[in-house]
Design a protein around this ligand. Sequence first.
Ligand code: DX5
Ligand code: ZN
Length: 217
Amino acid sequence: MNILAPSILSADFTILGQQIKATEKAGAGYLHFDVMDGIFVPSISFGLPVLKSIRKASNQVYDVHLMIEEPIRYVENFAESGADIITFHIEAASDVREVIDKIHSLGKKVGLAIKPKTPVEVVRPYLEHIDMLLIMTVEPGFGGQKYIDYCTDKIKEARELIDEAGLSIDIEIDGGVTYDNVRVPIEAGANVIVAGSACFTGDIESSVKALIEKISQ
Ligand code: DX5
Ligand code: ZN
């Protein structure tokens, strides 16, 4: 089953709770929460108190994407604040296994993320230890960018690698998804689709419903 994960980075924060509920009502199983530290990526977004406060807005799976240096420092706090899946960047962690094990020890699912220029090959040693692989389809840092076409081949490569190893890991993609291109990563082998601007532009419920319909075809 393919899953849509609306990214609240593109939401209207004056009515955030309502907007989250609209994505849930429309059938989005996950809610994507982008944390940026201004060091790993140039921008700063939001963090722990916001997660804690919106946790009660819906019963979705809270999919927390950490774009922060040395994520080990904060995984416990994000777990306590309501994350269900904690995804961190391989490029940001000096000891990848340590972070994976720490997240699992907190009873949460682990996602491992790679930036567009990071080869899929680098995740191979960790595949059997993670629940989800996040392949960025834009440079992390901002919403509303254009989908990078060469990342489609990375999705295919990752799917092959995972299938060959006989594993059942989710492949999530993040960035530049629109109603018109969303089938591209799906056909390549992704099954969790993050979408920010495509969900929060116009009427949220109808945008989310239309995307879900398209990824379920
Ligand atoms: C980028 C974030 C994305 C972003 C996606 O660093 O990780 O989740 O919000 O936004 P869109 O869908 O607008 O490209
Ligand atoms: Zn993200």
